[in-house]
Design a protein around this ligand. Structure first.
Ligand code: NAD
Ligand code: 3PG
Length: 528
């Protein structure tokens, strides 16, 4: 059956066409995002959800999203999506990190120029027939200092455009390297210096615990008198009440805001001030940007739903369409090895080390590690999946170590999952042969060659005559058919392992009898 996608925001119709062309059923309901009850009622029918900022993907929506595999944000900010809830449910969340950056940077520059010359106010006055030529005295931009808070994709485009306007650009961004600052031609400064020196301030950071109210009452008190402030990033970066007070006192000469603490902003403390210009979150609203993000999100979501390729996900490493088919058998192997180790683990897990050797070491090992951890944790936590596994391991204090090595053994590719608990370390290695089927080739240093069957018996014993006969008879008497039988030992008379695929389940009583056979150390039933 074709995957189904719901578009619940005002995306460019270009997205609809892409989904259709790729053979995906698409439902375009641009106003649905605002009706959260209706969205919750129907979201269970869809594999993908494409949104902008009006749809709030809350834990309640995610709870109802029984089939949802991917949420695609046609734009940058994913603060309207509950990422931890989506991650816990295995839903990939992806955005389009560059598609609207130029357009948004242009909006910031537009607002800065509009502030400098009071364009909206002059327009309203002129069209009201007032001809107030002496009321509007602007400021020149040339030679002024622009303070950019957050110099990422959009901030750096703003800096570039400001250079074209002959401004001096200073930037505060803790993640901006000195080399990048030089390449951008901006002076990297600390925040207090930016506030002290800037004639104009423009914000381009996401809203986080650290950036909330980054322009606070205290900060505003340290700015140049007459500073002008532009916010095209996120409401909440500027303390709106403090800004209003600073506008009233004349400390701030003007403010231009595209984003607000509460949206849609139908009332706001900044509204009505003569030196304030507002737009209704229009930063990304050009036909070019909307077409870009719609096309990109539809392609990305289709790639994932149809081929398993992942790009621009905020909660999973990228997997290209070319590598997805090559990765698939290795993902299955990693998950099964993890599951093998997880099913044998009874006490507290403290660490897992995943070693990739040979060709597999050149693949996307982050995705493979997620699969291995998901397999490992599933016997303990039923709801774990590839997407949530790394977070769940971290939350439980399990150290995850990934090691990659050049080819050195007998296999073209080898994955080893080594698990440390409070009591012991256990390792299992596997490979994928040319038939594409995953196999176990080593357990705790003992060589094996076993396929993963649906239902298996794992028996460890002292290598001694008679065990195999007694074991096989016991299963036969219990009416259990042996499908495959793999044996291994570390030395004659040493430790031995039997890995047996059986048809159907092993009753607990039979398992106990196997465990009680002479020389048997342990007997466990495994399911894959
Ligand atoms: N108004 C709109 O319609 C509109 C459109 C697009 C994007 N946006 C918003 O603009 C913002 C920036 O987008 P972007 O694409 O440039 O993001 P980005 O990730 O490329 O850049 C953000 C920058 O902020 C920096 N940063 C993070 N924490 C910081 C801190 N504490 N202090 C200073 N800098 C910090 C990061 O290092 C990064 O360089 C986002 O919040 C995005 O949602 C708004
Ligand atoms: O983060 C973004 O991309 C912008 O805020 C744009 O939001 P919009 O798609 O709702 O216009």
């Amino acid at each position: 059956m074709a995957p189904r996608v719901l578009i619940s925001d005002a995306l460019s119709p270009a997205a609809v066409q892409i989904f259709k062309d790729r053979g995906i059923e698409v439902d375009f309901q641009p106003a649905l995002g605002k009706d959260k009850d209706k969205l919750a009622a129907i979201i269970g029918d869809y594999d993908g959800l494409a949104i902008r900022s009006a749809t709030k993907v809350t834990p309640k929506i995610i709870e109802q999203a029984k089939n949802l595999k991917v949420i695609g944000r046609a734009g940058i900010g994913v603060d309207n999506v509950d990422i931890p809830a989506a991650t816990a449910k295995g839903i990939i969340v992806m955005n389009t990190p560059f598609g609207n950056s130029i357009t948004t940077a242009e909006h910031a520059i537009t607002l800065m120029l509009a502030l400098a010359r009071e364009i909206p106010q002059a327009d309203a006055s002129t069209q009201a027939g007032k001809w107030e030529k002496n009321r509007f005295m602007g400021v020149e931009i040339t030679g002024k200092t622009l303070g950019v808070i957050g110099c990422g994709n959009i901030g750096s485009i703003v800096a570039d455009r400001a250079h074209g306007l002959k401004m001096k650009v200073i930037a505060f961004d803790p993640f901006l390297s000195p080399e990048r600052a030089i390449a951008l031609g901006v002076e990297k400064v600390e925040l207090p210096e930016l506030f002290r020196r800037a004639d104009f301030i423009t914000l381009h950071t996401p809203l986080t615990e650290k950036t909330k109210n980054i322009v606070s009452a205290e900060a505003l008190a340290t700015t140049k008198k007459g500073v002008r402030i532009v916010n095209c990033a996120r409401g909440g970066l500027v303390d709106e009440a403090a800004l209003r007070a600073a506008l009233d006192s004349g400390q701030v000469a003007g403010a231009a805001f595209d984003v607000f603490t509460e949206e849609p902003a139908t009332s706001n403390v900044l509204f009505g001030h003569p030196n304030v210009i507002c737009t209704p979150h229009l930063g990304a609203s050009t036909s070019e940007a909307q077409e870009n993000v719609a096309l990109q999100v539809a392609e990305q979501m289709s790639d994932y739903l149809l081929q398993g390729a992942i790009s621009n996900a905020v909660n999973f490493p990228s997997i290209t369409a070319e590598e997805a088919p090559r990765l698939k058998p290795m993902v299955e192997l990693a998950e099964k090895l993890g599951s093998f180790a997880g099913q044998l683990t009874e006490t507290g897990l403290t660490k897992v080390q995943i070693v990739y050797e040979g060709e597999v070491a050149k693949m996307n090992t982050k995705a493979l590690t997620s699969a291995a951890i998901a397999g490992l944790l599933r016997p303990m936590l039923q709801d774990v999946n590839f997407v949530s596994a790394p977070v769940m391991a971290k939350e439980r204090g399990i150290v995850v170590e990934e090691v990659t090595r050049e080819h050195e053994g007998d296999f073209e590719s080898l994955i080893t999952v080594a698990v440390e608990t409070e009591r012991r370390t256990r390792s299992v290695s596997g490979t994928v042969f040319a038939d594409g089927r995953p196999r176990i080739v080593n357990i705790k240093g003992i060589r094996m060659d076993a396929e993963f069957g649906k239902s298996m018996l794992y028996v460890t014993n002292d290598d001694a005559p008679g065990f195999i006969g007694r074991f096989a008879s016991l299963l036969g008497e219990a009416g259990i058919n042996i499908a495959t039988f793999a044996l291994g030992r570390d030395a004659p008379g040493g430790n031995a392992i039997a890995l047996v695929e059986i048809d159907g389940e092993v009753p607990g009583a039979v398992l106990d009898k196997v465990g009680a056979l002479p020389n048997v150390q342990q007997a466990r039933a495994l399911r894959f």
